[in-house]
Ligand binder design. Structure first.
Ligand SMILES: Nc1ncnc2c1ncn2[C@@H]1O[C@H](COP(=O)(O)OP(=O)(O)OP(=O)(O)O)[C@@H](O)[C@H]1O
Ligand SMILES: [Mg+2]
Length: 316
C-alpha cells in the first residue's frame, strides 16, 4: 500500500476544515514540512491562500539536545486587532515539568497552547523554547520540538498504519505497535477486521472520539517531541474511555515538558504548576494544593467540576 501523498493529505485536511487556518493545519498535522514546503507553496497558490506564519530566512540553531524549557514572556495576542485575547502572560515552564492551564470557556487556554507550537504568532512579547524565540526557529525544528494533541484529530482515508506512520514516515512496524500499545489503542486496532490495514476516515472505519484521541497520542509518541501541548477534548467521554485516554496521556507526558489544557480538573492534580486564565489574563497560579487553600478562582472551578462529576455519576 503506498502512503497517501502529502499533497492529497494537505488538500484533504485544508478542504475539510474551513474554520482552521491553513497554517494551523500544516503544523498540527505534523507533516514533515521541510521536505514538502515547495509542494505546500503550490497548493496554497492553487487555493489562493497564504500561510501567515513565515519561516525565518536564517533560522536560529537549536542546541544539539533540546531540554524543552518554555517561557511566555509578557505575551499578548489578538486574533482581531481590536480585541486582545491574551494579555501580559508571563509563565516559566522548566524543562521536563508540567504546566496545566485552566479557566472558563473562551478564556484563551487553547490559544495560549497554540502559541508554543507557533500555530499563531504573538502580537506582543515572545514565547521561547530553550531561550530561543519560536519565531526564530525553522519549521522543521519547530515541528520536531513541539507536538500538539488538539481537540480535533484528523484521520485521512487510508489505513490505520498510514495514519500513524505519517507522524514518522520511517517508523518500523514494531515502533508503530509499541506507540499504539503505549497509547492504549493497540488491542482495539488488532480487533478490527484488517488490523493495522483497516481503512479509516470518511468512507472507512469510524473511530470514536476517545479512540481518535488515543490515535493522536500514538502519533505524538512516534514523533517524540521534547515539548507536548495537550488540548483535552471538551466532549465528554465515558469513564472507562476517559481512564484509557488518561493512561495514554500519562505515558506521553513522562520525560518531557507538558502543557495541558485541562477541562477536567481531576486530571491535573499532580501538575507542577497550574495557571488559571480569566479573560486572557493569569489570575492565579500555584500547585493544586496551594490553589485549593487560596479558595479563589481555582477552588471555584474545582467545586463546579466536582459537582458536575457527582451529577454525572447520579445520572448514569
Ligand atoms: N480563530 C479564531 N479567530 C477569532 N477569534 C478566536 C479564534 N479562536 C478563538 N477565538 C476567540 O479567542 C478567545 C479564546 O479562545 P480559546 O479557544 O483560546 O478559548 P479556550 O479557553 O480554549 O476555550 P474552551 O474552554 O472553550 O476550549 C475566545 O473569545 C474565542 O472566541
Ligand atoms: Mg480550548
Amino acid at each position: 500500500h503506498p502512503l497517501v501523498s502529502i499533497g492529497t493529505l494537505v488538500a484533504f485536511t485544508t478542504l475539510q476544515s474551513g474554520l482552521l487556518r491553513p497554517s494551523v493545519m500544516l503544523l498540527s498535522t505534523g507533516v514533515d514540512i521541510q521536505s514538502s514546503l515547495a509542494l505546500f507553496g503550490r497548493i496554497f497558490e492553487y487555493l489562493d491562500l497564504r500561510p501567515d506564519i513565515e519561516e525565518p530566512e536564517r533560522p536560529a540553531a537549536l542546541p544539539a539536545r533540546v531540554t524543552g524549557a518554555v517561557r511566555f514572556d509578557e505575551v499578548g495576542f489578538a486574533y482581531d486587532a481590536d480585541r486582545e485575547v491574551l494579555s501580559g502572560i508571563d509563565i516559566d515552564v522548566p524543562a521536563g515539568s508540567s504546566l496545566a492551564i485552566v479557566g472558563e470557556t473562551g478564556s484563551g487556554k487553547t490559544t495560549l497552547g497554540y502559541l508554543v507550537a507557533r500555530l499563531y504568532d504573538v502580537t506582543s512579547g515572545r514565547v521561547t523554547v530553550d531561550g530561543i524565540d519560536v519565531r526564530d526557529l525553522s519549521f522543521a525544528d519547530l515541528s520536531a520540538t513541539v507536538g500538539v494533541v488538539s481537540q480535533e484529530t484528523y484521520l485521512f482515508h487510508s489505513s490505520v498504519a498510514d495514519n500513524l506512520r505519517f507522524a514518522k514516515p520511517d517508523a518500523t512496524e514494531t515502533e508503530l505497535h509499541a506507540a499504539a500499545r503505549a497509547a492504549q489503542i493497540h488491542d482495539h486496532i488488532m480487533s478490527l477486521p484488517d488490523g493495522y490495514d483497516t481503512l479509516v476516515g470518511e468512507r472507512g472505519y469510524r473511530f470514536s472520539g476517545g479512540e481518535k484521541q488515543r490515535l493522536a497520542v500514538a502519533r505524538a509518541i512516534l514523533r517524540n517531541p521534547p515539548i507536548m501541548v495537550l488540548d483535552e477534548a471538551t466532549s465528554a467521554l465515558d469513564t472507562r474511555t476517559e481512564r484509557e485516554v488518561q493512561a495514554a496521556i500519562d505515558t506521553l507526558s513522562a520525560n518531557r515538558t507538558t502543557i495541558t489544557i485541562a477541562h477536567r480538573l481531576s486530571t491535573i492534580r499532580d501538575a507542577d504548576q497550574i495557571v488559571v486564565l480569566d479573560r486572557g489574563r493569569v489570575v492565579e497560579r500555584g500547585t493544586h494544593r496551594e490553589l485549593v487553600e487560596r479558595n479563589g478562582f481555582y477552588a471555584e472551578l474545582l467545586a463546579r467540576d466536582t459537582f458536575e462529576d457527582v451529577v454525572g455519576a447520579l445520572e448514569s
